[in-house]
Each structure stands twice: as C-alpha cells, then as structure tokens.
Write a protein that binds this ligand. Structure first.
Ligand code: UDX
Length: 589
C-alpha cells in the first residue's frame, strides 16, 4: 500500500486520515495549527464525530498514523498527498482559496527536495479550474518541477456528512477521480481499489474540472431538493388540510424523485451547503452567467425562518416582549456545529423583533453562546426552555425534543403554542391538545396573508402599484446579504402592524443612526424571480434628516432613479459606510 500524507486536519482531513489508517495505510497528517497537532498526537480529536476518538487511538497505538507540523516530513514520508484544507467564504461570499494556495506552496517547497514521482490529490471543495490552475501552477512554480513528469495531480471530491463522516468515508456511493493525466488517475484508482477492496463503489474517471463541478452540482442539487420541498411546504401552509409530509412521501416513492432530502423544515444550513452555493453563485456571476435555480434555492432557504416567524406572529401578534422558546441551535441533530445554522438565524430575527428568547440545545449551547452572548436565556433543559413561554419553536430535530408530550407543553407553557419547524411531532395528536403549527401543515385558522404577493417585472410597474394602491409592501433587505448591491439599500421587513413608512424610518434609523422624515417616494427597485411568491421591492424615499448622530458628506447626486445592481461597484454591498452614503445620495433626488 502507498503511504499517504494529509494536508489540513479539519473535518474532512481528520476523518479521511483516520479511515485510511485503520485500514493499515501509513498516514502522516500535517496542519499549520501546532496545538491541533499536539492534541491529535495525544489521541484527542479536534472535532466531534461519532467513533472517531476510538479509531484515532487504535491507529496511534498501531503506529499507523502520526502527526507533524513539518510539511517537508509529510511529503518525504508519503507517496500521495491529499489536500483537505478549508475553503471558507470571504466576506463577499466568494471562495477563499488562500489555504489551498499556501498548502500548494508548502507542497511545492517540499517537492523540490524529493526525487521520486509524487501524486497530489485535491480533496478540498474548490472552484472549477482551481486544481489545474492555482494548485498545479503554484506547485510547478515553487518546486521547479513539471506536472506529468515529476509529479501527478488529481481532484477527488468528498461527499461526507457531519455525524456520519466515518461511515460515509468507508462506504462511499461513488469515487470521482478527476485526473490531470492517465498516470495520475491510474495511481489513485489503484490506491482506492486496494483500500476499498471488495466493497469498491463505482469509480468515475474524468477531468479535474468535471470533478470540481460534480461536488458543487451535487451540493446544489441536494439544497435545491430541500428548498423545493420547503416551497411546497409553504404552499401547504395556506391550504387547509394539506400536509407536506404526505406529499414528500407520495413523490418520494417515485424512483425518479427519490425519498431522501425531502424533509421540509426551517431550512438548510451547515458548513457546506451555504458556503458552496454562495461560491458557485459568485463564480457564475463572475462569468456573467445567471444560475436562476441556484438563486431560487437560496432565496427559499433565506425566507424559511422568516416564514416560520410570520406564522407565529399571525397567532401572537407583535412579538415584542413575548417569550419564545427555541428548541435546538445546531444546524442539524447529531452535531454541535452551529455554522450557518438556521436555528441561530431564527433566534437573531426573534431578538430583532424584541422577543425574549429562551434557547436550549443538548450539545450546541457552548458554541451558540459564543455567537448569541447574553442576548438570550440559556435554559437548563428542554422543559426549562418551554416553561412560561408564549410560544415554542422546534428548530433542530433532536431526539430528546421528540419526547416532549403535548401535555407537557400544555402544563408548562404560558400559552401552549408550538411551531414544529422540523416536523418531529404527530400533528394530529398534538393538534388535539395544544395550539399546533408546523412547517408545511395547512391550517384552517390561518387567513391568507394581507400582503399581496407579487413580483414586478419592471420597476415602473412597481412604482405605479405602490403609488396607486397604497398597499402594504414587503421591503427586503438582509444584513450581510450575500446577494448583491441592490439589497444594501436601506429597507427591510415591514413588521407586524407597521406601515411601510414606519418601516422605512425604522430601518434607516437602525442602519444609519439617522432619524429621517419621509417626503416622497422617488424610486423603486424590483427584481424578477428573486423572491418567488413575494411582493419584493426596495423603495427609496426622499428624506429630510431630522437628527443625525453621524456626519456624512453629501455630494451632488447624478444617480439615476432606478438602477441596476449589476452596475453598482462590486464592493458596494459590503461597505457599510459607502452604503449609507449611497442611500443618502439617492435620497437627495
Ligand atoms: C452536506 C452534504 O450532505 C454532504 O454530501 C457534503 O459533503 C457536505 O454537506 P452536511 O452539511 O453534513 O452534509 O449536512 P446534511 O445532512 O446534508 O444537512 C444539511 C442541512 O440540510 C441541515 O441543516 C439539515 O437540517 C437540512 N436538511 C437535510 C433538511 O432540511 N431536509 C432534508 O431532507 C435534509
């Protein structure tokens, strides 16, 4: 068997390293983080994953795995190097490839001193073109060697899920080998053939760029499938007697659809889907290409927690000072990971609305407290969480929440109103005992929303509609919006019971610290297909500043009334000061 080195000991790297080592492959793990190396060398895993610790200890004892802070040692002692460093999102949601680049640089430096042919395998999720571009070119430049003759390169994406990383690595459904040349592909295939032996899954040999794209397409498809069922869930919610659970079951029997990843809920989160979809979107935009299904997938997801809150609001009215219990903070059950967790977004939105939020999660409390600070009450357990609450929202599908009975909700809560955001309860049973709402569950009592849902095809139509009909408008503005410049215009959600004007004033104050008087409507921006099923416009009023806690230079404004976000400078969306300034410029029209 070949000896293997792993560059980057995060989730993927560590799980892969341990799985190789328990199958008698000599593995040497490298990471820049020295404290990580120390811990791992002592057999202490740096991530939580079922079964990992035991396997790590066995491999250390059998001397099959070792860890080093010296990249040269890692290369010298191995035949194949897997790059498994992180590819996080930058602030503008595009991909940050700096860890990949520094791994490639270190590999290049080490290869300079190596005589024998070496195979480099990119496992990190990277944008199409990165393996044969950034990685290959960096290694060639730094090592002075030639790919194809002195070393080989492959792209081999992973598809492991948190919570079942070991199982997924040992029993993959397929192996994708994106090869620079035949020699590299043959070498890696032979390695996997030996590793998987009699449980060899299908192997697809292809180009590196296809392998890179397969990973993105895979995650985008899965996220789309969840958003699809969530969209159907939203439809069910306004139709009495409809239930998305039965619909998912019904369509899931069709093999062409398949039953997995059809669980409706408050949305998908985690370390992969949000990051990868945003990176793919930003990448396609850089090629001036729209991927509308990707947009729709993200938009549906962004609104899932908001939809949940809207439903609760229709029962409770204004949420200010209402006590809301949120059960679950992890992005899914079985992990303490709160990265991009929809539960956390839900909590933040509730806080923004002035609710008093109580939270509980069996394992993610510590991580969540770093994010939520003292803005919420951290309950002792699930029953303490629901105690005296006006409403309880299930945000993560933990087993222990499933055990809370309707009777307990009834006895402990101030008002036994439950929103099942993960469909963990038997709705018929709970409906008999308590006020029960759930994602995708039709309810006779819920009236059709007053807000007319419409997307305007062009801004002029939107202006006309607003001016002529004086209807309530849902303004849209997301903080840290991953999408585009347009969203950076002050705007926001019309809160329950608020007029549009009040909402605009409040949002401007929240965003800029300015207290403004609205004079007249001067511009509306609307975009097609961005928020399916929603009346989405950004409105701009001319304003008079009444009070200001900050000073901003106002320049003569030559801006057009209606503008296209594509024409905005790229950095606009993320530069807060500039954003305020642009708003004020616009408001001077
Ligand atoms: C995902 C992919 O599944 C995996 O192949 C890839 O390598 C990394 O990203 P992971 O992030 O661990 O794995 O979680 P996953 O189990 O896929 O769940 C992602 C999110 O979707 C969670 O927030 C989960 O709650 C949500 N989800 C999943 C649903 O809302 N409904 C479903 O039916 C399935």
């Amino acid at each position: 068997m070949k000896n293997v080195s792993i560059f980057g000991l995060g989730y993927v790297g560590l799980s892969t390293a341990v799985c190789f080592s328990i199958k008698n492959i000599n593995v040497i793990g490298y990471d820049v983080d020295k404290s990580k190396i120390e811990k791992l060398s002592m057999g202490i895993p740096t991530i939580y994953e079922e079964g990992l610790e035991e396997l790590l200890k066995v491999s250390i004892k059998n001397e099959k795995i070792k860890f080093t802070s010296d990249p040269k040692e890692a290369i010298a002692k191995s035949d194949i190097t897997f790059i498994t460093v992180g590819t996080p999102s930058k602030e503008d949601k595009s991909i940050d490839l700096s860890y990949v680049e520094s791994a490639a640089t270190q590999i290049g430096e080490a290869l300079r001193e190596k005589k024998s042919w070496h195979l480099i395998v990119v496992k990190s999720t990277v944008l199409p073109g990165t393996t044969e571009g950034l990685v290959l070119k960096t290694i060639e430049r730094v090592s002075g060697k030639k790919c194809g003759t002195d070393f080989g390169i492959c792209m081999n994406p992973e598809f492991l899920k948190e919570g079942s990383a070991i199982k997924d690595t040992l029993n993959p459904e397929r192996i994708i080998i994106g090869e620079y040349d035949k020699k590299s592909g043959d070498y890696l295939e032979e390695f996997f053939r030996q590793f998987y032996d009699n449980i060899l899954p299908p192997i697809l040999r292809t180009s590196p760029i296809n392998a890179e794209l397969i990973k993105y397409a895979n995650n985008a498809f899965l996220a789309m499938k969840i958003s699809f069922i969530n969209m159907i869930a939203n439809l069910c919610q306004v139709l009495p007697k409809a239930d998305v659970e039965d619909i998912a079951r019904g369509i899931g029997y069709d093999k062409r659809v398949g039953s997995l990843f059809l669980k409706a809920g408050i949305g998908w989160g985690g370390s992969c889907f949000p990051k990868d979809l945003a990176a793919l979107r930003s990448f396609s935009r850089s090629l001036n290409l729209d991927l509308p299904l990707l947009d729709a997938t993200m938009i549906v997801n962004e609104y899932q927690p908001i939809n949940a809150i809207n439903l609760v609001e229709r029962k409770l009215g204004n949420l200010k000072d209402k006590v809301i219990a949120v059960l679950g903070l992890a992005f899914k059950a079985g992990t303490d990971d709160i990265r991009e967790s929809v539960a956390i977004k839900l909590v933040e939105e509730l806080i923004r609305k002035g609710a008093k939020v109580k939270v509980y999660d069996p394992v993610a409390m510590k991580n969540a407290s770093m994010k939520l600070g003292n803005k919420v009450y951290y309950a002792e357990d699930s029953l303490d969480c629901i105690k005296n609450a006006d409403c309880a929202i299930v945000a993560t599908e933990w087993e222990e929440f499933k055990r809370i009975t309707a009777k307990q909700f009834k006895e402990l809560m101030k008002r036994p109103l439950v929103f099942d955001g993960r469909r963990i309860y038997n709705s018929k049973e709970y409906k008999n005992e308590i006020e029960f709402l759930a994602v995708g569950l039709g309810s006779e009592e819920l009236e059709i929303p007053k807000v007319r849902m419409e997307t305007f095809l062009n801004p002029a139509l939107a202006v006309n509609a607003i001016v002529a009909k004086k209807e309530k408008i849902l303004l849209v503005k997301r903080r840290n919006e991953p999408f585009s410049g347009f969203w950076s215009l002050p705007g926001g959600f019309v809160e329950y019971g608020e007029t549009v004007e009040e909402a605009v004033k409040r949002e401007v104050k929240e965003e800029t610290g300015l207290i403004v008087e609205l004079e007249k409507l001067v511009g509306v921006y609307s975009e097609r297909n961005r928020h399916p099923g929603r009346h989405v416009v950004a409105v701009c009023y001319s304003t008079k500043i009444k009070e200001s806690k900050i000073s901003i230079d106002l320049e003569e404004n030559e801006e057009a009334k209606f503008f296209n976000y594509r024409e905005l400078p790229k950095n606009l969306a993320f530069d807060h000061n500039k954003m305020i300034y642009d708003y004020l410029k616009l408001s001077e029209l």
